[in-house]
Design a binder for this molecule. Structure first.
Ligand code: SF4
Length: 250
């Protein structure tokens, strides 16, 4: 199935955030071709009039960099998350380069930036990212099991590609974090061993929207991964594997 791409114009791109520790969010796209089955951002369909399946459409905010420039002139400096309801480095970004241009604008004003993605495309922009005084790049790695990832994150980059990206960012001297959220079925010791050397901190999140994925868990006989006690134990085993590095649980 082809991706439905629509170019749109927006009036605002720097939006106030309710996320603790984050002042603003920038989402250069609406929708996300990664199509994660657990994605909480599907509510965006309601606000944007999309009836298509999540993962099958992307609206491209072609004037985002220009609008951001205008907004930054007036905005109070604050921490910016890229992105909260899309992946700013999904494949289409290789063509439109909106995220890159937004970073260039943010750099002029030295807004602190927090990037969160599943995509190796973020490595394209390390030349800019390295120039920020306060910047952190997070890679979402939800499991160590590629087969599980394919089921829950059908069009996202492989787990191996994400691990390589985390390592490459770390090797370039950037501050990194691993976002293990939602924690999917995994071997926690194996996952923490692989990523611990390349991450400065870790955020772990549970499957907060189980209704979206319950059928998958049932079909795969994995429903224990939705039980609080079982997941608490997995989280503890993950924490044990991170050698005292800061771990936040959402
Ligand atoms: S990468 Fe993030 S925004 Fe994109 S579908 Fe997956 S969870 Fe949603």
């Amino acid at each position: 199935m082809g991706l439905i791409i629509r170019e749109i114009q927006v009036k605002s791109v720097l939006t106030k955030s309710g996320i603790p520790g984050i002042d603003y969010c920038i989402n250069p796209y609406i929708g996300c071709s990664h199509g994660c089955r657990y994605c909480y951002a599907t509510f965006m369909k309601r606000y944007t009039g999309h009836a298509e399946a999540w993962g099958s459409f992307v609206d491209v905010k072609t004037n985002a960099p220009e609008i951001l420039q205008r907004q930054l002139k007036k905005a109070k400096r604050g921490r910016v998350l890229i992105s909260s309801v899309t992946d700013a480095y999904q494949q289409i970004e290789s063509k439109y380069k909106l995220t890159r241009q937004c970073l260039e604008a943010l750099l002029q004003y030295q807004f602190p930036v927090d990037i969160l993605t599943k995509s190796p495309l973020v490595l394209r922009d390390t030349d800019i990212i390295k120039k920020f005084k306060d910047v952190e790049v997070g890679i979402t790695i939800t499991t160590n099991d590629e087969k599980i990832s394919r089921v829950f994150e059908p069009n996202a980059p492989s787990i191996m590609a994400r691990m390589r990206t985390l390592k490459a960012l770390h090797d370039k001297g950037l501050k990194t974090y691993a976002f293990i959220g939602p924690a999917l079925p995994m071997n926690p010791e194996s996952l923490s061993e692989k990523i611990s050397p390349y991450t400065d901190s870790i955020i772990i999140d549970r499957m907060n929207y189980p209704s979206k994925t319950l059928k998958i868990y049932q079909r795969m006989n994995l429903t224990q991964w939705l039980e609080k006690g079982f997941v608490d134990d997995v989280i503890q085993r993950l924490k044990n594997g991170f050698d005292g590095k800061p771990v936040s649980i959402c």
